[in-house]
Write a protein that binds this ligand. Structure first.
Ligand code: HEC
Ligand SMILES: [Cu+2]
Length: 431
């Protein structure tokens, strides 16, 4: 609408020179909100408090970057105002006032004033130094964890895949079977970290360039083939932080997201212990086995790009995440068992790992504790039964081009309504 009105104002302007001052005001009036609209939706412009705003820093690395931004803004704003003021003064003061002025000879030309020129060079150098000193300091301090804290840092390896993230904890061993075999803990799309501890993230990719960016904590460093890039961050307080791939990487780049969940140390320790264990075993209760299965209805259809996040989740995502850590009270154990069988029968296990349930695929995210995560499809949908079913029914419609959808096509995987419901029950049981 703003664009239409601005266009209208422009046309008016062309039609009548007399209306010119009115049109100028109108154009400014409409252009400004149009600019705000362009700046993004999930965002209150004046408070700049979107999920992925860089204007709110929640850790030392993001804070250093934000401070550097402000130094640059103030210095360049000062230059803009100073140069603009001189220009405006000269334009108004020396404008042609009459017909005679327009045809007058130019005034005598000087060759500059050495004092002013030296002064300008000095001022420019000063402006650059004011920006350069904090820039160099910021490069040093954000490149790696400060040496004194490095031995306390938690090392993580983050790997970009088209279009999701794998997170590995090399120092935290997780059970692989009941005989005591172990390997480093792996999770997908949600990086859980302890508050106040420096996190040293080694950035890798298995395919094309990606970029790791959690605006409120730190950003952004590329994940590049054959390069060992590094990024570190620290969270000041517990929180739920939005992250995003920030390097164009193909069809679904825009929805290659992730989350960082920062927990108080004791809560983190609890989470870690839970993740290190094998996938949950749910025994079928005789009552559930005997009970007639409720009639399964078809899932409603979704608009293209329909949001997969409820308002309640958006309001307090950390609380929603916390509420997913414990098994639900009224689980249908027979349905879960059916879903577990389907997970093998439909070849889901070829691409996904569920430690302890005989699934060791590595092409897709690790699902051993998937039920304890808050998102589906790399941060795209909220992890609830409706959205998870939406993903399983037709991953292509949710995330065009993704590799799981390709497997559905190539291997002709289809899921009936009942199969979808059983798989949802199984995946949600994996706390
Ligand atoms: C070709 C390998 C492949 C097969 C087969 C496959 N998946 Fe996936 N799956 C993936 C990939 C890759 C992703 C990540 C997609 C993305 O976000 O871009 C994924 C994502 C998922 C997710 C979301 C995980 C998260 O953390 O966001 C779930 C749940 C899932 N798959 C379940 C299943 C089930 C159930 C089946 C069997 C019906 C299945 N998958 C079959 C490769 C596969
Ligand atoms: Cu990417």
């Amino acid at each position: 609408m703003f664009f239409a009105l601005s266009f209208g104002a422009l046309t008016l302007h062309a039609m009548s020179q007399r209306l010119r001052p009115v049109c100028l005001v109108l154009r400014a009036f409409f252009a400004l909100p149009a600019l705000l609209l362009l700046s993004g939706c999930d965002f209150n412009f004046w408070r700049m408090d979107g999920h992925q705003t860089t204007m709110i820093a929640e850790g030392p690395v993001a804070r250093t970057q934000l401070e550097l931004f402000w130094v640059t803004v103030w210095v360049t704003l000062f230059i803009f105002v100073a140069v603009g003021a001189v220009l405006a003064y000269a334009t108004i003061r020396f404008r042609a006032r009459s017909e005679a002025d327009e045809h007058a000879e130019p005034p005598p030309q000087g060759h500059g004033n050495p004092l002013i020129e030296l002064g300008l060079i000095g001022a420019s150098v000063l402006a650059l130094v004011i920006i350069a000193v904090p820039t160099v300091k910021a490069i040093w301090s954000t490149y790696d964890v400060p040496e004194a804290d490095r031995k306390d840092a938690l090392e993580i390896t983050a790997t970009g895949y088209q279009w999701w993230f794998k997170f590995e904890y090399p120092s935290e061993m997780a059970a692989l079977d009941n005989a005591g075999a172990k390997s480093p803990l792996v999770t997908g799309n949600e990086l859980v970290i302890p508050v106040g501890k420096p996190i040293r993230i080694h950035l890798r990719t298995v395919d094309v360039n990606h970029s790791f960016w959690v605006p409120k904590l730190a950003g952004k460093v590329d994940m590049t083939p054959n390069r060992r890039n590094l990024l570190w961050l620290k969270a000041d307080r517990p929180g739920y932080f939005w992250g995003q791939c920030a390097e164009y990487c193909g069809d679904s780049h825009a929805v290659m997201r992730f989350r960082v969940i920062a927990l108080a140390p004791n809560e983190y320790a609890e989470w870690l212990q839970q993740q290190q264990s094998l996938a949950r075993e749910v025994a079928v209760k005789p009552a559930d086995a005997a009970k007639p299965r409720a009639k399964v209805t078809a899932l409603r259809s979704f608009r293209t790009n329909e949001s997969g996040v409820t308002a309640q989740f958006d309001l307090d995502p950390l609380k929603s995440w916390q509420s997913k850590q414990l098994p639900e009270k009224n689980e249908d154990t027979a349905l879960i068992a059916q879903g577990r069988q389907l997970f093998a029968a439909k070849t889901c296990n070829a691409c996904h790992t569920v430690r302890g349930h005989g699934a060791m695929g590595i092409q897709g995210p690790d699902l051993t504790h998937f039920g304890s995560r808050s998102t589906v499809g790399a941060g795209l949908l909220e992890n609830n039964s409706e959205q998870l079913r939406r993903w399983l029914r037709d991953p292509e419609s949710v995330k065009p081009g993704n590799k799981m959808a390709k497997a559905y096509r190539d291997n002709k995987i289809t899921l009936s309504d009942e199969e979808q419901v059983a798989l949802v029950a199984y995946l949600e049981s994996l706390k």
